[in-house]
Design a protein around this ligand. Structure first.
Ligand code: BTN
Length: 245
């Protein structure tokens, strides 16, 4: 059965991920609790990046999860669960939707959504996770310095009801999470690969100042990108090692 999550709705907050982490320090929140804001003023992206969003136009929320059953070695499966939930939801409205490794969601050649998962660890297990999702929905104009942003409205020409859309994402998320809880890793692997951006295509990467071309083959169990360079050699790339060009 699909869950009805508890929602903490805030008019404005710097970052739903940060707020969620602070709350978790003080008390246990129910699994699937959502921290959702209309106006995220200091959104965090992966690495040193920021996440920019126009007030009341887009979805910026975080989901509380307790994937305590997951070994650290398998932490990338949570990335797969969330990426696929977003693909499931967005594909209802537009195509082609893909997952640009590790977890950017693309429509065609443009980024529509980003994910930031922050885990708290205990021994070799994940104790809790804050799953931050930014999805561009009704915003149509973006800072020209951002790399290829788009939104659902840009892709479809229509306006979306933010809360309804968020519920749709949660439903897909809980279904994908159930696959993980049931240890159906094959479905998650197969689907993630099916939607992997540029799979079997030659792409340009940059490591430091060095540019190279390689064919994208897949993603390993632990989340490394598997590529074949022009000399025929197989390599795995960690996030942070390289940038897509
Ligand atoms: C990325 O693409 O770099 C990840 C972006 C993640 C943005 C979301 S918006 C909701 C949540 N709160 C944050 O501060 N960041 C995430």
């Amino acid at each position: 059965m699909d869950v009805i999550p508890k929602i903490i709705h805030l008019e404005q907050i710097e970052s739903t991920n940060e707020y969620g982490k602070q709350l978790l320090q003080d008390k246990r929140l129910d699994e699937h609790t959502i921290i959702w804001t209309d106006n995220q003023t200091m959104g965090k992206g992966r690495g040193q990046n920021r996440w920019y969003t126009e007030k009341s136009k887009n979805l910026t929320f975080s989901i509380v999860a307790y994937p305590t059953f997951l070994d650290i070695a398998n932490h990338f499966y949570l990335v797969k669960v969330v990426s696929l939930a977003l693909v499931d939801a967005i594909s209802n409205y537009t195509s082609p939707v893909s997952i640009k490794w590790p977890n950017d969601i693309y429509v065609g050649e443009n980024k529509i959504s980003g994910i930031l998962i922050e885990n708290t660890l205990e021994q070799n297990k994940i104790k809790s996770s804050i799953i931050g999702i930014g999805l561009n929905v009704n915003q149509t104009a973006f800072d020209p310095t951002l790399p290829h942003p788009t939104s659902l409205k840009n892709a479809t020409g229509r306006e979306f009801h933010l809360k309804h859309l968020m519920y749709e994402i949660i439903i897909f998320y809980t279904r994908r999470l159930a696959l993980l809880k049931n240890n159906d890793l094959k479905t998650l692997d197969d689907d993630y690969h099916q939607y992997l951006y540029k799979r079997d295509h030659t792409c340009s990467f940059k490591k430091g100042e060095t540019q190279f071309n390689a064919v994208v083959k897949g993603v390993s169990k632990s989340g490394y990108l598997m590529i074949i360079t022009e000399d025929g050699k197989h390599h795995t790339l960690d996030f942070g090692d390289v940038v897509w060009e």
